[in-house]
Design a protein around this ligand. Sequence first.
Ligand SMILES: *[C@@H]1O[C@H](CO)[C@@H](O)[C@H](O)[C@H]1NC(C)=O
Ligand SMILES: *[C@@H]1O[C@H](CO)[C@@H](O)[C@H](O)[C@H]1NC(C)=O
Ligand SMILES: *[C@@H]1O[C@H](CO)[C@@H](O)[C@H](O)[C@H]1NC(C)=O
Ligand SMILES: *[C@@H]1O[C@H](CO)[C@@H](O)[C@H](O)[C@H]1NC(C)=O
Length: 293
Amino acid sequence: MSTVKPVIVFNILFLTLLMQPPPTLPLPLCRSSCGSIAVNYPFGIDDGCGAPQYRKMLNCSTDLFFLTPSGNYKVQSIDYDKQTIAIYDPAMSTCSILQPHHDFVMTDIQSVIIPPSPDTVFALLNCSIDSPVLNHYKSLCFNFSGHSCDELYGACTSFRLFHLLSNSTPPCCFTAYDTVKYMSMNILDCTHYTSVYNTDSLKGVGPLDWLYGMKLSYSVADTGCDRCKRSGGTCGFDIETGVMLCICSSSVNSTRECAAGSAADMAESHTLSSSLQTSVLVLVLGVVFYLIL
Ligand SMILES: *[C@@H]1O[C@H](CO)[C@@H](O)[C@H](O)[C@H]1NC(C)=O
Ligand SMILES: *[C@@H]1O[C@H](CO)[C@@H](O)[C@H](O)[C@H]1NC(C)=O
Ligand SMILES: *[C@@H]1O[C@H](CO)[C@@H](O)[C@H](O)[C@H]1NC(C)=O
Ligand SMILES: *[C@@H]1O[C@H](CO)[C@@H](O)[C@H](O)[C@H]1NC(C)=O
């Protein structure tokens, strides 16, 4: 029965290893996703992450939201190659739901670095005949991809109401972001609006199947973030001064790039490989015990 002993010793050693808590990994300083949406440079969820110009533009509560003075808009997707972000205002009217209007307002910085794309069109609906876009600023209205604004009154259950109530077709206008940027809905004298994006690809597609929401086009200044990323860091900034930082781990911030071995993911792989070393050691010890006893 002497062979039982080493097996027991081996098993105890093996169980001890299994019961060890997993190696504690450093908490990431900058979350890199919110739900299913990846959050990369220039965006950041946590303060001090991403580019300073985009500070406090995103909120990851239940979902990812884009914050503006007129409200929080749900982020549908971010395309880092095309540098666009699709957002949706749950309080906006669409083809199927009529909701009270409110203005779409961006901060001055937002309207410069992340404005709605040229293929995002605003539809101003139920305008009064005195509306500036029907008079002096008529030239701001256009039709896109063969669609006229009046089509919405016929095709959408929500907007058909205007037609029914007035027993006529109230004026409306497809226009670009600049119009709503410079004129509030009160000045425009229209009671409702909706917005549609990817308008270039909506030829022959009915209003029920349009993409409601907005596509924003953002720009990023080259501040050397690639160099930081290549070295294993995350781009961020000093929240006091706004100066760019390359965040390497919870204890090391460098200005440009991370020194070899200082980045958080390197620390992580180091911890993992050392736990691998431990298990090899335990196995060797087990075999040694087996041979001795
Ligand atoms: C590194 O920068 C981040 C983000 O600005 C900050 O939260 C953290 O305290 C900094 N760490 C050190 C050691 O300076
Ligand atoms: C983030 O969103 C949540 C839920 O919508 C809200 O309660 C919170 O105030 C928001 N934070 C900011 C900074 O807007
Ligand atoms: C449409 O606009 C008129 C004023 O121009 C307003 O009286 C009416 O209530 C609006 N219709 C809806 C459904 O809001
Ligand atoms: C848009 O199309 C409608 C219907 O085809 C037309 O009556 C209207 O003049 C057009 N508007 C513009 C600005 O071209």
